[in-house]
Design a binder for this molecule. Structure first.
Ligand SMILES: Cc1cc2nc3c(=O)[nH]c(=O)nc-3n(C[C@H](O)[C@H](O)[C@H](O)COP(=O)(O)O)c2cc1C
Length: 186
């Protein structure tokens, strides 16, 4: 039964909506919603891993730090990241059609800070390596290469979905972000 439903959804939506940008509802009355500061402060209580999205174009390698990496689906293997709509990386990865995600190790907070600056072009100092033809951060604890599948925009961010064609990890503790600070698991 589930298979039938999936086949139906795929047939109805799959190809047609591939790579389409869809705007979410924009008519919510602002006065019903929580203020930005309260929202930001409460969300900071949620610990997240810290990852870097990378992609390359004719000018070199571009990257961006994200805390929004989430596993979306196992069959097929999909992940998602939420990128702000002004992001250079967002524009680039949709255009290039491929991107990589590196989950940073606990000692890599300098790399997280470097890629949190807008329009960051990676340099040798960011110690890059390559997987599946894409730049990834060397010594990350996990890394994925993805084909760009969909972008859905909602509010001031876009949900980018990638189909994972390579996934690898190594032993080691990840970098964690909590209460606006970098932390270690221990
Ligand atoms: C720990 C951490 C997590 C972040 N997570 C996100 C995120 O999930 N989405 C996002 O849009 N920006 C996030 N940012 C901010 C971006 O890294 C920053 O805006 C960057 O300059 C965007 O680069 P770009 O505009 O060149 O693409 C995060 C920053 C830090 C330090």
């Amino acid at each position: 039964m589930a298979g039938d439903v999936n086949t139906f959804i795929e047939a109805a939506l799959g190809q047609h909506y591939a790579n389409l940008t869809v705007d979410g509802p924009s008519t919510l009355p602002q006065h019903d919603l929580v203020g930005e500061d309260a929202f930001r402060a409460a969300m900071a209580a949620l610990p997240t891993g810290v990852s870097v999205i990378t992609t390359s174009d004719g000018d070199g390698v571009w990257g961006m730090t994200v805390g929004s990496l989430t596993s979306l689906s196992l069959r097929p293997p999909l992940l998602l990241v939420c990128l702000h709509r002004g992001s250079t990386t967002l524009e680039l990865l949709a255009h290039q059609g491929r991107f990589a995600v590196s989950v940073l190790a606990q000692e890599q907070h300098d790399i997280a800070d470097a890629f949190a600056r807008a329009r960051t072009r990676a340099t040798a100092a960011n110690t890059l390596t390559r997987t599946n033809g894409l730049p990834v951060i060397a010594d990350a604890v996990a890394w994925f290469t993805c084909q760009h599948q969909h972008t859905y925009t909602s509010g001031d961010h876009a949900i980018v979905i990638g189909a994972v064609d390579h996934a690898e990890h190594r032993p080691g503790d990840p970098l964690v972000r909590h209460s606006s600070r970098y932390r270690c698991l221990q």
